[in-house]
Design a protein around this ligand. Structure first.
Ligand code: HEM
Length: 404
């Protein structure tokens, strides 16, 4: 059997959170960005929410973006924690900018040079699109104080709405990614056991992996403790969507691009589980609920969401996906049928845990999105999907991954 996986990958040790978390403020050279961001949070966060008419009185704030000096990015690229904060500040400025503009016509929004140029340079360096992603709201937006045992140990650097609800919403996701580190190290042990053709340790580690996914479900359901569904729906998620944007470039040029918004569908740890279990051909298969951008390109939603992960994560997940096919064959074709049956049971427990996670997630979306829509909001997910019907289709595909 081919040994496909490079076990020295740092993702098996550190998970997908950066090994050095982002700093909470950029050095003074980039004060212009930080100051305009603080200004946005204080003006936009507390009592204003974006509406179809935008927030015309914030024209003055938007003008300060246009008048910012064009700051350099070269030095940022040599200092990862500072680079990650720069990326996060720039995408938050971008989303404050685009979602505060009155949407009176369908004309794409121009992103002014002082924002567009550094944002595109930093994004290119990280292999991320020039739009807000899950990495920005979650992975580059926290620091740990304490032992990381409880949500309060995670400090969140920036929010759109300046609400505690948004802080809690982000903390839930940071904690899942943080616990994901243990999932990644178990995946490494399983790959190693499979490479050595050991069935028994494979079962033990699969059982432990199922427990971690169960823990994800518990953490997810705790979102209700401190994030009010109406606040989430009306004041938080409204900042996440992407759109068709025209990024100004030097020399009077510009480029028009369409990007989807930030969604936890861009979580590397959940994508890693699908890849590792070999169920990507099911969950990443094109289906009737996949949203497609207006450029005519067709792709399954979760496969498209992978394009919103940092380039290094994408490359790693593609490799992990090849292992996923291998673990299924290892169990199905193993000559030791008795022990293989036990391992299959353990594998199915992980699939069941993923199903439970996705069912818990659907209940959460029903409360935070569907119920709120009934109160007059706009439908669908921030990634542009139909929401529940799409999520149910992914959950049902997950169950098909069970081995008999
Ligand atoms: C208030 C809480 C949440 C709401 C309202 C919510 C909403 C949604 C929606 C509407 C989608 C569909 C895709 C889109 O259009 O964006 C989605 C997808 C997804 N969300 Fe959430 N979400 C929440 C919390 C979480 C958390 C804490 C996680 C954990 C990392 C998570 C993980 C995912 C994943 C992995 C997908 C892709 C579908 C799948 O793999 O099953 N979500 N979410």
């Amino acid at each position: 059997m081919a040994h496909l996986q490079n076990l020295s990958s740092p993702y098996f040790e550190d998970g997908f959170l950066p090994s050095q978390p982002a700093v909470s403020r950029l050095p003074s050279q980039w004060d212009d960005w930080e100051d305009v961001l603080s200004e946005a949070a204080s003006r936009l966060g507390f009592d204003l929410s974006p509406s179809p008419n935008g927030i015309p009185e914030l024209e003055e704030w938007r003008d300060s973006i246009r008048k910012m000096p064009l700051l350099p990015t070269q030095e940022l690229c040599n200092n990862p924690p500072v680079l990650l904060r720069a990326r996060q500040v720039l995408v938050f400025l971008l989303h404050f900018y685009i979602h505060s503009i009155p949407k009176l016509s369908t004309t794409p929004i121009h992103i002014p040079l002082p924002l567009s140029i550094p944002l595109r340079a930093v994004s290119e360096h990280l292999g991320l699109p020039p739009i807000c992603t899950y990495s920005d709201t979650i992975c580059y937006n926290y620091s740990i104080s304490g032992s990381a045992d409880c949500l309060e140990d995670f400090s969140i650097h920036s929010t759109f709405s300046s609400t505690q609800d948004e802080v809690h919403f982000y903390r839930i996701q940071v904690m899942i990614e943080h616990r994901g580190t243990r999932a990644m190290s178990l995946m490494k042990s399983i790959i190693s056991a499979v490479n050595d053709s050991y069935l028994r340790p494979t079962s033990t580690y699969l059982d432990q992996l199922a427990n971690i996914v169960d823990e994800f479900t518990e953490i997810l359901e705790n979102v209700r403790a401190d994030c009010d569904p109406a606040v989430f729906f009306n004041r938080i998620r409204v900042w996440f969507p992407g759109g068709k944007l025209v990024y100004d470039l030097e020399g009077g040029k510009s480029v028009e691009e369409e990007w989807m918004g930030s969604s936890a569908a861009q979580s590397s740890i959940i994508q890693a589980l699908d890849a590792f279990l070999g169920i990507e051909p099911l969950t990443h298969k094109q289906g009737k609920y996949d949203v497609q951008p207006s450029d005519g390109s067709r792709m399954a939603f979760l496969a498209r969401m992978r394009l919103y992960l940092p380039a290094d994560h994408r490359a790693f997940l593609n490799e992990l996906n090849r292992f996923g096919q291998q673990i299924r064959e290892f169990i199905l074709d193993n000559p030791d049928r008795e022990q293989a049956a036990e391992t299959m049971e353990a594998y199915n427990r992980v699939i069941d845990a993923m199903r439970k996670f996705r069912s818990g997630h659907i209940r959460t979306v029903a409360l935070y999105v569907t119920t709120q829509q009934g109160k007059g909001g706009k439908s669908g997910g921030t990634g542009g999907t139909s929401g529940i019907p799409f999520l149910k289709s992914i959950r049902d595909q997950t169950i098909k991954g069970r081995m008999e």
